[in-house]
Design a binder for this molecule. Structure first.
Ligand SMILES: Nc1ncnc2c1ncn2[C@@H]1O[C@H](COP(=O)(O)OP(=O)(O)O)[C@@H](O)[C@H]1O
Ligand SMILES: [Mg+2]
Length: 350
């Protein structure tokens, strides 16, 4: 025991350990023992990271370069309606020689950060997403607050890939049948799992799904809600105050003040699937209430790349009337899982 402590003291006193710190705000990190095995490599890696840090653009949005003395912001990855997501390095993990200390870090965008509900909304996103452990749902690490700048943030896995709206820019005619099914199946699995855990997504759209190196990921549960009876301690936040629904993917009942439901998630997902199958939004990107007024459902045609037997189910998921809409993700899952008998397989391709 005493030997171990002596070794640890050596490490703590080591000048090398403190000179290796990449950011001065991380000064407290030399309280942590540095694993001996990582010394040499760690030093090289730190220099490399320092170089990449030099090249990085100064973060925007009134944020300091290092948050909570640990996360060094490198660049903005994307900003949606309410949040801004940065690529960052976890200096603690880097210090211990982690070869991949990169994470993604989400804050509320500056415009929203002033709102009294901003941190609570972000926390709600964190706590709901954290319940979900699924290979096709983004993995979150922590919810933290930088006490100096008084901003709350989420840390999560850094996804590397292409969001579906960018993919659709590259494939304006949509995806061929095989690729379509490869994207849609895991997406349906992710949503079915989320619903089974009592979490409604609330903001399904192409910019909230990424095609990563290791598969599809559903993310941005920023507007998600727990079904009744789940996580009852969370404050009920008035999302309508933020006017946050995305009109071209939100079901009509949501735009008319109704509550989020399995059905509204299905409507949004059906719009995404339709778009992936032919490159076009089913209702010319109109808000669903407007599309309903123009009776656009009567002009809908089966997308060419969609397996034929999936169309009746997809069409029911696109129904404007929630009473006429599908009621569970499983009906779409069954359709996309594909036919099992030879006869069904033959029909599938004709
Ligand atoms: N974990 C992540 N890894 C990599 N990029 C991400 C990650 N999370 C979000 N992004 C990027 O940031 C964008 C905005 O993130 P999102 O969570 O959708 O914020 P908002 O709630 O503002 O829409 C996404 O469209 C995506 O490009
Ligand atoms: Mg988003």
């Amino acid at each position: 025991m005493s030997d171990l402590n002596a070794g640890r003291d050596d490490l703590l006193m080591s000048e090398e350990a403190s000179s290796d710190l990449s950011c001065s705000a991380f000064a407290n990190a030399n309280q942590a023992p540095r694993p001996v095995a990582s010394k040499g490599k760690g030093r090289k890696r730190s220099r490399k990271h320092s170089r990449s840090k030099d090249k990085s653009v100064a973060p925007v949005g009134g944020l300091p370069e290092v948050l909570a003395g640990r996360y060094c912001l490198e660049r903005l990855l994307g900003a949606g309606g309410m949040g801004a997501v940065y690529r960052a390095r976890d200096l603690l993990h880097e210090q211990f020689g982690d070869p991949d200390p990169y994470i993604a870090l989400k804050v509320m965008s500056e415009a929203f950060s002033e709102s009294p509900d901003a941190s609570a909304l972000l926390y709600s996103e964190f706590t709901l997403t954290r319940r979900l452990r699924h290979p096709n749902i983004v993995r979150l690490h922590s919810f933290e607050v930088d006490t100096q700048c008084q901003r709350a943030f989420i840390t999560m896995e850094l996804m590397r890939g292409l969001v579906l709206d960018k993919l659709l820019c590259e494939r304006p005619a949509g995806l061929p049948c095989d690729e379509l099914c490869e994207v849609v199946r895991p997406l349906l699995d992710a949503l079915a799992y989320s619903h089974a855990q009592g979490v409604l997504h609330g903001d399904l759209k192409p910019s909230n799904v990424m095609l990563c190196e290791d598969g599809v990921r559903l993310f941005d549960f920023g507007l998600s809600q727990a079904e009744e009876g789940i996580l009852t301690g969370l404050p009920q936040l008035s999302r309508s105050r933020f006017n946050a629904w995305t009109p071209s993917y939100a079901a009509p009942e949501l735009l008319e003040g109704g509550a989020l439901s399995v059905g509204s998630d299905l409507y949004a997902l059906a719009c995404v699937i339709y778009e992936l199958a032919c490159g076009k939004h089913p209702f010319r990107r109109l808000p669903s209430t407007q599309a309903r007024k123009e009776r656009l459902e009567h002009q809908l045609q089966a997308p060419r790349n969609l397996p034929k037997h999936c169309w009746p189910v997809l069409q029911r998921a696109l129904a404007f009337d929630p009473a006429a809409r599908l009621t569970t993700v499983s009906q779409l899952q069954d359709a996309f899982r594909g036919p099992t008998s030879w006869l069904q397989r033959w029909l599938y391709h004709h």
